[in-house]
Design a protein around this ligand. Sequence first.
Ligand SMILES: Cc1cc2nc3c(=O)[nH]c(=O)nc-3n(C[C@H](O)[C@H](O)[C@H](O)COP(=O)(O)O)c2cc1C
Length: 170
Amino acid sequence: MSLKSLSLLRYSVRAYKKDVSVEDSKLTYTLECVRLAPSAVNFQPWKFLVLKSDEAKEKAYPCYDRPWFREAPVIIICCADHSQSWKRRSDGKDHADVDVAIATEHLCLAAAEQGLGTCWVCNFDAEGIRRAFDLPEHVEPVALVPLGYPVDDNAPVKTRKPLEEITKEL
Ligand SMILES: Cc1cc2nc3c(=O)[nH]c(=O)nc-3n(C[C@H](O)[C@H](O)[C@H](O)COP(=O)(O)O)c2cc1C
């Protein structure tokens, strides 16, 4: 599949088939694609908590209280480790967020390639996640990603700014 086709196929899934689990082989493939993501100076300043058990998922639910979030058989907490990330010398900018974002999109695209659905979730209670999963100060939960089979296989039409608006030829 071309990257453009895959980009059109991936969409934010907010309805999951509740009783259909994710095959271990598909989860492993998805996480392998995460592992292969690039990062600044190849520091790989990330940790991915893969919540499969009801007990673990129950701890995450209050931090993003939406009915559809509870339907996904797997939730992945994508974390940045600020103790391992590259900081730019000229201005000190910490690139942990950038690195985790790239790996998280690898996750979403790899899932879509295999017929699975995901949704980036950043509007969650970060302190709650920290407490629930005992994350140390230097580990920041950046995104929660539910993973499962979408109820609707058809990706909605993308609404995006036109190319001319977002690019500038110089
Ligand atoms: C950084 C980031 C944070 C997001 N946070 C949320 C969120 O908290 N809840 C949600 O339902 N969708 C969230 N989204 C999904 C966006 O709303 C969605 O990607 C956008 O509307 C484009 O739609 P598409 O993903 O279906 O192409 C987030 C997406 C990104 C990239």
